[in-house]
Design a protein around this ligand. Structure first.
Ligand code: ADP
Length: 198
């Protein structure tokens, strides 16, 4: 990793809130770099040792252990920098799905400077199930197609990930309602974080 740590904006929110959708749109709109831990994991060859390990957790709705998560994601990030796909001197890193535990929040400090946290909120849990169910049909994701797995993922979010927000000072956190159309959420985030994202 270079001496200059990438500046990172963290995307938080329960599964189905739209972190991936909004993250991708923000990157297109602002030239930032969107990095999703879930996408990195799903890109692992399923037959590889790390791929098998990932699916053994994800197919039960559980989080992958912290050490494995950090190692895989930072190896991937270094690869992006080494191949000039991501330029930390010019681009913000939008981290989607990482950190997901208090321990990960501490561990990533070695690799990135966390500038801000964008939290997508949703009150209606049934809406999350509906969204995830739709995505499961489109993308064929095993962990999206099964209500019991989704319930476990939501439980992991409430028990482990939501608490990570306590690790950061309140002035670094901006919350937005994700109970609107993606373009409306995007508008709110762009307006609310315009200085950061321009
Ligand atoms: P979602 O946000 O909809 O739950 P993701 O694609 O972000 O979906 O994550 C899918 C799965 O990948 C998670 O259920 C978990 O098993 C694993 N995962 C992703 N990010 C992390 C992380 N930071 N720490 C541990 N496990 C992770």
């Amino acid at each position: 990793m270079s001496a200059n740590k990438p500046k990172a904006v963290l995307m938080f929110g329960p599964p189905g809130a739209g972190k991936g959708t909004i993250g991708a749109m923000l990157c297109t709109a602002g030239g930032h770099f969107h990095l999703s831990s879930g996408d990195i994991f799903r890109g692992l060859p399923p037959e590889s040792k790390s791929g098998q390990l990932f699916y053994s957790y994800a197919n039960e709705g559980k989080l992958v252990p912290d050490d494995v998560t950090i190692e895989i994601c930072w190896r991937y990030l270094n690869g992006l920098i080494d191949t000039n796909k991501f330029d930390p001197s010019k681009q913000l890193l939008l981290l989607d799905g990482l950190p997901r535990t208090a321990n990960q929040a501490k561990l990533i400090e070695e690799y990135v400077d966390v500038e801000h946290i964008i939290v997508l909120t949703i009150e209606d849990e049934e809406e999350l199930y509906r969204r995830i169910g739709r995505r499961g049909k489109i993308e064929g994701r095993n962990d999206d197609g099964d209500r019991a797995i989704v319930t476990k993922r939501l439980q992991e979010y409430h028990e482990k990930t939501a608490k990570v927000l306590e690790y950061y000072p309140a002035e670094k956190i901006s919350k937005f309602s994700a109970e609107q159309a993606p373009v409306e959420v995007l508008r709110d985030v762009l307006v609310g974080c315009s200085d950061l994202l321009k």
